[in-house]
Design a protein around this ligand. Structure first.
Ligand SMILES: *Cc1c(COP(=O)(O)O)cnc(C)c1O
Length: 351
């Protein structure tokens, strides 16, 4: 018997359990009608004069078919960043609860916790950027409500071992969020298939990376129906605008091939970039990547960073980040952009 089965509601903040959510005009009426005079909209057609579907059912049905997850187990948000913020507001009592993060990792978990006035426990990844399962479990206390795991991890690029994620789902005494923003670039299976087994698991994905739609602001969270119910209670009523919903539907209907082609090209380009970087005399390590970027350790990262800026090429300086000392994080660009980058890197004269 899985003890987490009955714990989900207990981990939810009492005020959220009690919350009576805002009821929009569009969610109160269900059925067929011709004349809508219930929402104080402007009746003249502008293309956007009506409020959008608050629960985005058409889009969820499409995503459901693609991911093999029932629509009732999907939350859609204004980027994954909205889902990260909501999960904190659902489960963490300000000034009382805490979350566990595994640095070096994505910065938004800490920022969202700081904004929510929620405590932070940091358990470092190992030097090869894997999870320290026993340390994570001993760091957790009765106020640790969420563990954030990023796989493939940003900024290191590697997959986190699925077997470790499973142990953490089974034994962490709270919710486990697996942020899979880069999963489409990885050969490792998504944690979505673990959802039926672990009611405390939330898997997040996004349209911002592989789909090439960072400007759309569309993030997804997959979880048990019970957890999604809390997301829906707490979210803003119309959190996804009509343009986002329509554009994403079109992409799912006609741009899957384009997406696959972009991912294929980016992976080939990453391999090329890794090879070139490994041969540069001032590079010490090109860390293994399962994402659309590489982390490269070198002898003089600040000087290389400034030199690249002078060449009009902007990468991410991670030199001051725990376990990433000496490293730059480089996103894989278009083939022509990568040629420019490689040319510049080869021309860097280190002392
Ligand atoms: C880029 C990224 C996201 C995406 O966030 P959006 O709000 O969906 O754009 C989420 N998590 C990680 C780790 C990322 O690197």
């Amino acid at each position: 018997m899985n003890t987490t089965q009955t714990s989900i509601a207990q981990w939810v903040r009492a005020n959220i359990r009690r919350l009576v959510p805002y009821s929009s005009a569009r969610s109160e009426f269900k059925g067929k009608a011709e004349v809508f005079l219930d929402a104080n909209e402007n009746p003249f057609e502008t293309g956007l004069n009506r409020y959008p579907d608050p629960l985005q059912w058409r889009l969820k049905e499409k995503i459901s078919a693609l991911k093999g997850v029932p629509a009732s187990q999907i939350f859609l948000g204004n980027g994954s960043d909205e889902a990260i913020d909501l999960v904190l507001r659902i489960f963490c009592e300000p000034r009382q609860d805490n979350i566990v993060i595994l640095p070096p990792t994505y910065g938004m978990y800490q920022v969202s916790a700081d904004i929510a006035d929620v405590g932070l426990k940091k358990v470092s990844l190992t030097p090869d950027f894997q999870t320290n399962v026993q340390e994570i479990l001993s760091a957790a206390d009765e106020h640790s409500k969420i563990l954030f795991i990023c796989s493939p991890n940003n900024p290191t690029g590697n997959d986190i071992k699925l077997s470790d994620i499973e142990v953490l789902c089974a034994q962490f005494p709270g919710m486990v969020v697996v942020d899979e923003a880069y999963i489409d670039f990885s050969e490792q299976a998504s944690c979505i298939s673990l959802l039926p087994k672990y009611p405390n698991l939330i898997v997040m994905q996004t349209f911002s990376k592989a789909w090439g739609m960072a400007g759309l602001r569309l993030g997804m969270a997959f979880a048990s129906e019970e957890v999604i119910h809390y997301f829906n209670k707490v979210k803003a009523p119309y959190n996804l605008n009509q343009l986002t919903q329509t554009t994403a539907l079109e992409a799912l209907e006609s741009k899957v091939e384009d997406r696959n082609q972009m991912v294929k090209t980016l992976l080939e380009e990453r391999v090329k970039l890794e090879k070139v970087c490994r041969d540069l005399p001032y590079v010490q390590t090109v860390y293994p990547s399962h994402a659309n970027f590489i982390l490269v350790k070198m002898s003089d990262p600040n000087a290389v960073y400034n030199y690249l800026v002078e060449q009009g090429i902007i990468v991410r300086n991670r030199n001051s980040v725990h376990l990433c000392e000496g490293s730059l994080r480089i996103t894989v660009g278009r083939p022509d952009e990568n040629v420019t980058l490689i040319e510049a890197l080869k021309n860097w004269k280190h002392l």
